[in-house]
Design a protein around this ligand. Structure first.
Ligand code: FES
Ligand SMILES: [Fe+2]
Length: 393
């Protein structure tokens, strides 16, 4: 496998794979067990050793555009509030009042100057500090500095907001991405785009079954014959493995005009989709004129449930050639098409996979040599869990 050729060369390599009716491959077929998707002990370990240890993306920065904008997120270990600060930075807190544990904020999104608890009306500043104890002449002595909201490690980088879902952890997104992926994401200027829309879907399916389906270039013409299968080639991936993270280029069918003819110096960007897997739980798709981010989070207790989020990052109206109305129509249409494919084609199939994995005699299954990004995902999650187990001994 070749690493880090210039983009046009990587696209030409994908074209060559297509001409030869093949794809990049790993050396081995890998076996796996159905209880990886049902076992509550493994699910606990994944929450602790994966989401409690490494950064994952919770939003695009433009979703919290102004100071005091906040959103709430159910992470695998904590329910959290993410808030834009006055100085432009972003902080994350456990969404819970330090008095008697009421949930501080039940809205998904909003803007507010204070977080005010519905139970006995204590309040907190957006930086997490405890501001008001109601009837404090009767409550008794409290060291307020010790009873602010519990903060989680949070960092904004490459346009995204990343959180480690563990108050005791620290965060260094650049180190986590590694030099290759950090440089790749830096080159995309994702912070200059806006999140056109974000949507979340709670599914009765293990998060790894979900994540796997969105690293899979092998199912397209079979599961999506009349939608994605008409646009993109199946089972052709020019792949690069960066250790934790990986990416691959898949040719669109529009590239077929160059199957016989030599493209010469013609830029081929519009003839491909490039998929990035960001360990532990994100697929970032680079489309010719926008980016699509898919994230997959385990349910906080049930291994057979997860939440998927989809985001479209696009040039703002000002940076686009269109007026606001055309811009809205264009991206709304794109969003609706994506949603229809998810709901009509992927989700029913994946829900049934989960039901199948629950069969007592399901037997073992396998990942092919051609299922390269899935092999990376499985390899790296296993590594994180093994590292966590070793650290706990
Ligand atoms: S639980 Fe929040 S003020 Fe009492
Ligand atoms: Fe699919």
């Amino acid at each position: 496998m070749t690493t880090s050729l210039p983009r046009q060369d990587r696209i030409r390599r994908a074209l060559e794979l297509l001409r030869n009716d093949t794809t990049d491959k790993f050396d081995e077929v890998i076996a796996f067990e159905p209880d990886e998707f049902t076992d509550p002990v493994l699910a606990t370990e994944e929450r602790e050793y994966v989401f409690g240890a490494v950064p994952s993306i919770v939003a695009h920065g433009s979703e919290l555009a102004k100071a005091n904008d906040f959103m709430t997120v159910q992470m695998p270990r904590n329910n959290i509030i993410v808030v834009r600060q006055k100085d432009g930075s972003v902080k994350a807190f456990v969404n819970l009042c330090r008095h008697r544990g009421a949930m501080l904020e039940d809205r998904e999104k909003g803007r507010c100057r204070i977080f005010s608890c519905a139970y006995h009306r204590w309040s907190y500043d957006p930086d997490g500090s405890l501001r008001t104890i109601t009837r404090d002449n009767t409550f008794g002595e409290v060291d307020r500095k010790e009873h602010g909201l519990i903060e989680l490690p949070c960092e904004e980088r490459h346009g995204f907001i990343w959180v480690v879902d563990n108050a005791k952890a620290s965060i260094d997104v650049a180190a986590w991405l590694g030099p290759e992926m950090d440089e790749i994401l830096a080159g995309y200027d994702l912070d200059k785009l806006v999140c056109y829309r974000a949507g979340g879907f709670d599914e009765p399916t293990n998060w790894k079954i979900m994540q796997d389906a969105f690293l899979d270039g092998y199912h397209i013409q079979y599961a999506h014959p009349n939608t994605a299968g008409k646009i993109i080639h199946t089972n052709v991936m020019a792949f690069e493995d960066f250790g934790r993270h990986c990416r691959f280029i898949a040719p669109r069918k529009s590239i077929d005009r160059f199957l016989e003819e030599d493209p010469g110096d013609t830029p081929l960007d519009k003839y491909v989709t490039e998929t990035h897997f960001l360990l532990p739980n994100s697929t970032l798709l680079r489309q010719p004129d926008h980016f699509q981010l898919l994230t997959f989070r385990p349910h906080p207790t049930d291994p057979t449930k997860s939440r998927m989020e989809q985001r479209l990052m696009v040039p703002s109206v000002e940076d686009s050639p269109w007026d606001a109305e055309h811009w809205e129509r264009r991206w709304n249409k794109n969003w609706e098409i994506l949603l229809a494919v998810l709901h009509n084609e992927d989700f029913p199939l994946l829900r049934d996979s989960q039901r199948g994995m629950g069969s007592a005699d399901a037997g073992d299954m396998m990942l092919g040599r051609n299922e390269i990004a899935n092999q990376v995902f499985r390899r790296e999650i296993k590594n994180l869990v093994a590292t966590g187990r070793a650290g706990d001994q």
